[in-house]
Design a binder for this molecule. Structure first.
Ligand code: 3H9
Length: 702
């Protein structure tokens, strides 16, 4: 075997050259990999004893794409295009040996080969759109030539990989093999023995001819794929580039793809999406976690409470293949909870998102009981009952008596003091908060709340549990509302003020939707139920004049057909209600608030800057250890558009100085000193610093 360079080898055996990339963790196409591949291909082509070539990888996966860390840095030759051109021009058959995930540039590399084989559990796809770019090494031109432009546009705009089985059916791969490299060697030997013609993907026209004649089906597929993606640049560029695959000759399509790629990669949206990609992976890392701390293995789980939240959490465990038992107070509540789970799964089956046998397997993993003794034999308990401290304390005291030592005791609280909950036990080290977002079986975010006494193994186990359940875990400190809800509270206060000052719910929501959130703040309030906050305010002795008045009228939101909006005949679509504006005007008059026309810009600033200010406080207090963690929380828990990178990323684009100035102005306008810029924000403004520079805060690092 010849070591071509540190990350590439070449081995020639019985006339077949096997080129292997070994660049952990995911064999990304860094410059040394491209260089190694180019040299290895050149050598294999020049070697007369080589009749066929296999392109494979060591480690856990086939090439998972271009090296994203190289984006934005000076480009070094050879580029991926040169490597792919060298493969495609080969007069000797080349077979890609796929396993793990062949993604982005990895799949593009494989599409430059004459044939592709893959192991049964492999997945292939072009997920570049999720990074705000498009496949930039021929993916938008070659994939349509294999699967047809209609399928290609759906795959590339969604960026979702497909299984080997689908890839085979669609013609992306040629065979499923038991073992990738030996399977690819056998395949290339067969090609040689049968003298199969070596057709370059670029020369294939059979799958694009019909679309070239009549692009109607393509246009319909593109329209469907782009639905609800207005304002996002990459998906539209992906669709345009796939369109070029049948409307332009190959080389011109490639040139246009390159131009679109260069435009997107230098834009703010891609920068934001790449920021979220890395931030998401960073968020689960706990800077002060001692080396060698291992998470406990989670073989059995218990969820206390079979309501909407508890049921959703139980589904997460079942979806991950972990047996889970729901503990309820009465058989009636239990049955209701289990029935709700079944009907939620049944909806997925009806929609075709889940197979019946998969549903049956998952349902079989969920048990229910009213007997607390089940807790004695579980690895993790997640309590998901009402947000009531006394109740939570009672439950944790009970858990403490029954659970075996080392069981992780987690509370799915969204605001309550995790330390106070932990203090109800004799083992506060085993207690953490695990704040799921509703619906728990769907939402990606999981805030892991680290109490004062939470042990490192407990935190590590909670993070591992989050990953096991397919969530994006972010570790947060313990405070009222943690990261997400604490910031959301700031937005809520401004919403209420804007109503009094003259904006209607629909004016505010229009700005939020235009910014890219999937839902407006008032529409979200109506969905969650206005009575929830009303109850909390009454308990705390605080007021929200307009919303309190709506609640007094029985307008709790969607569930009562009226809230900030009207929902007629069970509709979920908010209809503006002039009554709300009238009510707000009355309240404003009573309180002496002068109503005026509020600009879109002011609405946007007041919907974002107070939250950014709170983010600065959260960082300063060490509640979040990195600014990027806050961005992940907002992107995955609250619908902040990923292509806008999260509140801290957004703040860096605007600049701390401009935000401080605006906050000073709003503090004066509203008389709320709480809106004055936080110390950390003022420091950033004075130094010209950025949130992005804030890694680990003083407190967390201490
Ligand atoms: C592209 O290909 C452009 C081309 O079309 C055109 C070029 C001209 N680069 O996710 P994990 C790191 S764009 C650099 O935890 P998993 C990641 O940050 C690319 N680093 O593992 C992490 O680092 P750390 C298209 C990368 O097993 C570590 O690897 N491809 C890259 O849960 C482990 O990652 C994609 O978008 C990369 N491409 O999932 C695929 N990928 O340990 C992106 C990962 O320091 N990657 N890292 O935190 C993925 O989707 C997942 O990583 C994968 C593995 C499914 C592969």
């Amino acid at each position: 075997m010849v070591q071509i360079n540190a990350v590439t080898t070449l081995e020639v055996k019985d006339g077949i050259a096997v080129i292997a990339v070994n660049n952990p963790p995911v064999n990304a196409l860094s410059h040394p990999v491209r260089e190694g591949l180019f040299t290895a291909i050149t050598q294999a082509l020049a070697d007369d004893s080589v009749h066929g070539i296999v392109l494979g990888c060591e480690g856990r996966t086939f090439v998972a794409g271009a090296d994203i860390t190289e984006f934005g840095k000076p480009f070094k030759q050879p580029g991926l295009h040169e490597v792919i051109d060298a493969l495609e021009a080969s007069p000797k058959p080349i077979v890609a040996a796929i396993f793990g995930t062949a993604l982005g540039g990895g799949l593009e590399l494989a599409l430059g080969c004459h044939f592709r084989v893959a192991s049964a559990d492999a997945r292939v796809g072009l997920p570049e759109v999720k990074l705000g770019i498009l496949p930039g090494a021929g993916g938008t031109q070659r994939l349509p030539r294999l699967v047809g432009p209609e399928k290609a546009v759906a795959m590339i705009v969604a960026g979702t990989p497909v299984t080997a089985k689908i890839a085979l059916a669609d013609g992306i791969i040629d065979e499923i093999v038991a073992d990738p490299i030996p399977g690819a060697v056998a395949f290339v030997q067969k090609v040689l023995a049968e003298q199969k013609p070596l057709v370059k993907v670029r020369d294939r026209e059979d799958k694009i001819l019909a679309t070239r004649e009549n692009p109607a089906a393509f246009e319909a597929a593109a329209k469907a794929a782009l639905k609800k993606l207005a304002g996002v640049e990459a998906p539209a560029a992906c669709a345009q580039s796939v369109r070029n695959s049948f409307s332009l000759p190959f080389d011109e399509g490639m040139k246009a793809e390159r131009e679109l790629f260069m435009q997107l990669i230098s834009g703010e949206q891609s920068l934001a999406q790449r920021h979220i990609f890395f931030s998401e992976r960073e968020a689960a890392k706990v800077p002060d976690m001692p080396a060698g701390v291992k998470p406990a293995s989670l073989k059995k789980a218990v969820v206390i409470g079979g309501g909407t939240m508890g049921g959703g959490i139980a589904m997460c465990f079942a979806n991950a293949g972990v047996p889970v038992t729901i503990v309820e107070t009465t058989d009636e509540f239990l049955q209701k909870g289990l029935d709700r789970i079944k009907s939620t799964y049944a909806v997925s089956v009806e929609r075709g998102a889940l197979k019946q046998d998969a549903m049956d397997k998952r349902v079989a993993l969920i048990a229910g009981t009213t007997d607390w003794n089940v807790i004695a034999d579980t690895d993790i308990v997640i309590e998901a009952v009402f947000e009531e401290m006394a109740l939570k304390k009672e439950i944790f005291a009970k858990l403490d008596k029954i659970a075996k030592p080392g069981t992780l005791l987690a509370s799915n609280t969204s605001t309550l003091d995790v330390d106070a909950i932990a203090a109800a036990t004799s083992r506060p080290g085993d207690v953490v908060g695990m704040h799921f977002f509703s619906p728990a079986n769907v939402m990606k975010l999981l805030e892991i709340v680290r109490g004062e006494k939470s042990s490192f193994p407990s935190i590590a186990t909670a993070v591992a549990a989050g990953k096991l359940l397919g969530k994006i875990p972010v570790v947060a400190g313990n405070c009222d509302g943690f990261i997400g809800n604490r910031m959301l509270h700031r937005r809520g206060t401004e919403c209420e003020r804007l109503l009094l000052e003259g904006a209607a719910p629909q004016d505010v929501d229009a700005v939020i939707l235009k910014f890219g959130f999937p839902m407006g703040a008032f529409a979200m309030g109506d969905l969650a139920g206005l009575d929830v906050g009303w109850r909390i305010r009454k308990h705390r002795g605080t007021k929200a004049p307009v919303t309190d008045a709506l609640c007094e009228l029985g307008r709790y939101g969607q569930k009562t057909g009226k809230g900030y909006y009207i929902y007629e005949n069970g509709s979920r679509t908010p209809t503006p209600d002039p009554e709300v504006t009238k009510l707000a005007a009355e309240k404003a008059e009573a309180l002496g608030v002068k109503r005026r026309n509020i600009t879109e810009q002011e609405i946007l600033e007041r919907m974002t800057y107070p939250m950014i200010n709170e983010a600065a406080k959260i960082l300063d207090e060490g509640i979040a250890v990195r600014a990027s963690d806050i961005d992940v929380v907002w992107a995955y828990g609250y619908g902040w558009p990923v292509w806008r990178g999260g509140p801290c990323f957004y703040a860096d684009l605007i600049g701390a100085k401009a935000i401080c100035d605006a906050l000073e102005h709003y503090a004066e306008l509203t008389g709320d000193a709480g809106l004055k810029p936080a110390k950390l924000l003022l420091d950033l403004a004075a130094s010209g610093g950025k949130f992005a520079d804030i890694g680990v805060t003083k407190k967390a690092a201490a």
